[in-house]
Design a protein around this ligand. Structure first.
Ligand SMILES: [Zn+2]
Length: 119
């Protein structure tokens, strides 16, 4: 399924413009560097570096490195909105009869993580 089907809706682009304008007026929220999730991602990243550069890799080290890589992907905030951020917010807006959902549920959404952290 394409991530852009919702934009076919006649009001979608106007909604997106208004949502972006509201974002610009509100500001980005907590700086990414201060998000607990970002701090944790840095710790995981550091551990990964130590594992991969600490000498000849053992099977255990490689296994841990794989697991840390997966964890890192779930932690590292994206530089901007998640691919599904607009779509998800648009859908919940429709579901609740015009009430716009402020944030999406994507775990690494670069737009919504800082906003969730301000709550
Ligand atoms: Zn989002």
């Amino acid at each position: 399924m394409s991530g852009w089907w919702w934009r076919e809706h006649p009001e979608a682009l106007e909604w997106q413009r208004e949502a972006d304008a509201a974002d610009a007026a509100r500001g980005p929220g907590v700086p990414v560097g201060e998000l607990p999730q970002f701090v944790e991602s840095q710790q995981v990243s550091l551990r990964l570096m130590v594992l991969l550069h600490g000498g000849p890799p053992t099977p255990e080290a490689l296994k841990e490195a794989r697991s840390l890589s997966r964890r890192l992907l779930g932690l590292l905030p994206q530089p901007g909105p998640d691919q599904l951020c607009y779509q998800e917010r648009w859908e919940s807006r429709s579901r609740w009869g015009g009430e716009e959902s402020l944030v999406c549920s994507r775990r690494t959404c670069g737009r919504c993580l800082p906003l969730k952290a301000t709550r």
